[in-house]
Design a protein around this ligand. Structure first.
Ligand SMILES: [Zn+2]
Length: 453
């Protein structure tokens, strides 16, 4: 069970002026100051708004989701993206940990083995790279279907041109570094396909980096291959994403990277004690690196109480549901009744207020500085987001709340997207400066060697 977060926010919450929820997010919400709302809306729609993490790609691939029409569920579609003024989104090329498997033996050359390199064995465990490519294809097919509304972008220049033409810029970031199956060659090919960041791990350790989700480390952070992955990303011009990695891996990345890095979707551990969130020390390291933390909206990452209540109730409920299903026949009225009773006894905990999320943004600004904070919603990837930011169309509310909390217009513009675009520009410049450097290559003899810390 997770510890309760210490109340260490440096931001007086009384400063926040929260608007009540309104049915139409584009109208002045009740409780909002109309003049400030107008100012916030104008500022928001004039700014370049960037979100570094949305999982709508998973819906496209797994549910055949169509981003064109307004959907009755989920968080993102083209009409709501327009209303929310979201200019740029990094669509997650998400590869779940279940696709991870060690296929090194399949490709290892054994003495006397003439059948090498081996053909792919159909049905073998690892399909990480294939899954990532299917995700990319899903996004590209969507953009092809709505060419007047969205364009897949792979550089700052393309992003700027797309936004200037009034279209939504769809960028790609791999989530789960096992997508490259331990191969620097695959990293390069994903870069060629337009992927512009990679989250080094998801919830599993992989061939080169440790995840924060498993308390028992595999490498103790990065190994030698992990260092090469980071340097190769620098050389290629891909942003290194340290969301999801272990605290040690975070520090190892910061020690070796030659360009600013991002946390594409992480919140503040000082306000909600979760290993997916960043500590104040990590925030300071990110600021020194000129990187940026993109705040995650997930209820369970911003509100320690919500996280505690939902995990307790879901665990107890799961045990009782399993027992009911064991005792009662599938499809029987008795089982239906028992499940209804469980729903009543274990209601979904109430969602946190928008001010809880805003406190994370303000805390990051106080600790890391206004140049190192942005937004990484995790829309369509999380089951719960705070009240008042129900989907992407509600985004101008965040601009209102930041102005209401006394932040300058300049700071709000930076948080909305300016900071991320600066990091991308710097990452592209570092890659240009490394243009003569040869590519990094795998070396089976040394890749798994621990690094000296
Ligand atoms: Zn994630």
């Amino acid at each position: 069970m997770l510890k309760r977060a210490a109340a260490t926010s440096l931001v007086p919450l009384a400063l926040l002026v929260a608007c009540a929820s309104a049915p139409k997010p584009s109208e002045t919400p009740s409780g909002c100051d109309p003049a400030l709302w107008r100012r916030a809306s104008q500022l928001h729609h004039a700014a370049t708004v960037v979100d570094t993490h949305t999982d709508t790609t998973s819906r496209i691939l797994d549910e055949g989701f169509d981003m064109g029409p307004r959907a009755p569920d989920g968080h993102m579609d083209l009409p709501r993206i327009r209303e929310g003024g979201l200019d740029v989104a990094f669509y997650s090329i998400y590869v779940a940990s279940r696709f991870y498997g060690d296929e090194a033996p399949l490709f290892a050359k054994k003495p006397g083995d003439d059948d090498w390199p081996r053909p792919t064995d159909a049905g073998t465990a690892n399909g990480s790279a294939r899954r990532a490519m299917a995700m990319i294809d899903g996004l590209v097919r969507t953009a092809d279907r709505y060419p007047d509304q969205m364009t897949v972008c792979a550089s700052l220049e393309e992003i700027r041109a797309t936004v200037a033409a009034g279209r939504h810029a769809a960028c790609m970031g791999i989530e789960g570094g096992h997508a490259i199956e331990g191969q620097l060659a695959l990293l390069r090919l994903f870069h060629q396909l337009g992927v512009r960041y990679m989250t080094l791990t998801h919830t599993n350790h992989n061939e080169y980096a440790d995840s924060c989700a498993d308390a028992v480390p595999r490498w103790g952070g990065l190994n030698t291959l992990g260092q090469k992955v980071v340097k190769e990303m620098n050389r290629l011009g891909m942003m290194v994403d340290v969301s999801h990695v272990s605290d040690n891996a975070f520090r190892d990345v910061l020690a070796v990277t030659r360009a600013p890095v991002i946390c594409s979707h992480s919140s503040m551990r000082a306000l909600c004690d979760h290993p997916r969130n960043v500590t104040d020390d990590m925030l300071r390291l990110l600021a020194q690196n000129d990187g940026v933390v993109m705040v995650n909206y997930n209820c369970g990452f911003v509100d320690a109480e919500y996280q505690k209540r939902s995990s307790q109730s879901s665990q107890t409920r799961k045990i009782q549901e399993r027992e009911a299903r064991r005792r009662l026949a599938e499809g029987s009225p008795e089982l239906e009744e028992a499940l209804k009773n469980l729903d009543a006894r274990f209601p979904t905990p109430e969602r946190p207020e928008l001010s809880v999320l805003v406190a994370h943004v303000l805390h990051a600004i106080e600790v890391a500085g206004a140049d190192h904070v942005g937004l990484g919603s995790d829309f369509d990837g999380v089951p719960c987001v705070p009240k008042g930011i129900d989907d992407v169309s509600y985004l101008p509310r965040l601009s209102y709340e930041l102005l209401a909390a006394g932040q300058s217009e300049e700071t709000v513009r930076k948080v909305l997207g300016g900071n991320l675009l600066r990091v991308l520009e710097r990452v592209e410049a570092v890659a240009a400066s490394l243009a003569g450097e040869p590519p990094y290559c795998n070396d089976l003899a040394t890749d798994t060697t621990p690094i000296t810390r």
